[in-house]
Design a protein around this ligand. Sequence first.
Ligand SMILES: [Zn+2]
Length: 361
Amino acid sequence: MLKLPGLIDPHVHMREPGGTHKEDWDSGTSAALAGGVTMVLAMPNTKPPIFDAQGLAMVQAAAKEKARCDYAQFIGAGPTNSQWKENKDLPLQAAGLKMYLDQTFGELRLDSMTTWQEHFSSWPLNRPIVAHSESRSMAAVILMAAMYNRQVHIAHVSLKEEILLIKAAKERGIKVTCEVCPHHLFLTRDDIPAISQGHPGRGEVRPRLAGREDMEALWANLDIIDCFATDHAPHTLAEKDGENPPPGFPGLEALLPLLLSAVAEKRLTVEDIIQKSVTNPQKIFSLPVQPETWVEVDEEAEYELHASEMHSRCGWTPYEGWKVRGRIRKVVLRGEHAFQDGQILARTGYGQNVRLISHSH
Ligand SMILES: [Zn+2]
């Protein structure tokens, strides 16, 4: 039996409010626990998106009632909410500020660099800024972080040119950190036919699955990758197979089995998992240590991943039938049995908003 600290996933989409037919704070945090994840940071591109105190309060109420693991909620950077100096309390309640600088699911893209500057100059330094920025817009946002001498965290790095850019920026002392998703570490565009099964929408994800050379560059630069993040982005199969398939893959329940399989293949170490899924997210996002919290794994167990055994409401996985090694047997969260042998044991509402805890201390 291998014992790990509870994992932190700094990038999930809970779909509540507005998309609870595909996920909500109950099903999403159940999927987290089943995946050995005891803390999630939720993205703001819900319906409506989370831009202000009213929106944040709405999410906090839903999460307080339903969440089974600990959490915090991001606020979205919009064209009209950049006056953070006049609104000092709100950032302290948020996981961080999420800036969408490239197209994705939802309507949060910020095109004006003047607006980027307003957010960079007014968002408090003790709360992170996370940027969805691909390729050249990534170069632009890293430049802006350097100009404001503040930290920026780059979401879901997928390309060779991106990881090399971040490496070069780090070597020059720029305060940039980054995360990589399991689907960019374990899948390339060559896997799309197998994922799609004749339904091309199932292969849609942003950033798109990349080439083999990109995937190999991520593995070759593991030391540049600060965090693993699932970008858990559930949509139902009916939506993925429909007219306008939304981009996104579920990932919470596949992350740790995939990483442990890579450990079995000696491509990764257990220490890498702890660093990139626990200690680095704690540092980058100023998250509290969860006391009496751990995950027990049967390292030797070999089995197949099947959506039918998962807890996400979306009902499918891009890793259907994949053979993996390392099964999560038990999750203990703050002294309570939260998951054991396929059963979710933590009750709804057990999860705590980690921003409200640290705020009250
Ligand atoms: Zn995302």
